[in-house]
Ligand binder design. Structure first.
Ligand SMILES: [Zn+2]
Length: 127
């Protein structure tokens, strides 16, 4: 599990060493810190900003996650349970509102992991 991109995304870890934290706080629902990232990895000191405006691209990932959520909820509410379109819309809008800080953060982690590979020479704990 460790050393895979999924590990970095799921546990909010540095995409280079998978040890340093990516965000200042692990709580996506703290309104003051949910969008605050470290500038550099606290463990391997790699930059989390490969270039200016790097994270604009994460909006596409965020959009893709929103669509995936919508498709999953549509299947749940209309294919599995036949609850109808109104229930689907309430579920979809409700979960978008509830999950947007999480989706925002996961989109950034997925985005940077598309470009950065795990580098074992950067890991302090080389197990
Ligand atoms: Zn690191």
């Amino acid at each position: 599990m460790k050393k895979t991109k999924l590990y970095s995304v799921l546990y909010n870890k540095c995409p280079y060493c998978h040890e340093g934290g990516f965000f200042l706080s692990n709580n996506p629902y703290n309104p003051k810190t949910f969008d605050k990232q470290h500038e550099y990895c606290p463990v391997c000191h790699s930059s989390y900003m490969p270039e200016n405006g790097f994270y604009y691209g994460s909006m596409y990932v965020s959009y893709a996650l929103d669509i995936a959520l919508g498709v999953a909820l549509f299947i749940l509410s209309n294919v599995i349970f036949s609850w109808g379109t109104n229930v689907f819309l309430i579920l979809f809008v409700g979960s978008l509102l509830l999950l947007w800080p999480v989706i925002f953060r996961k989109a950034r982690l997925i985005w940077i992991n598309l470009f950065i590979k795990y580098d074992k020479t950067k890991a302090a704990n080389k197990a």
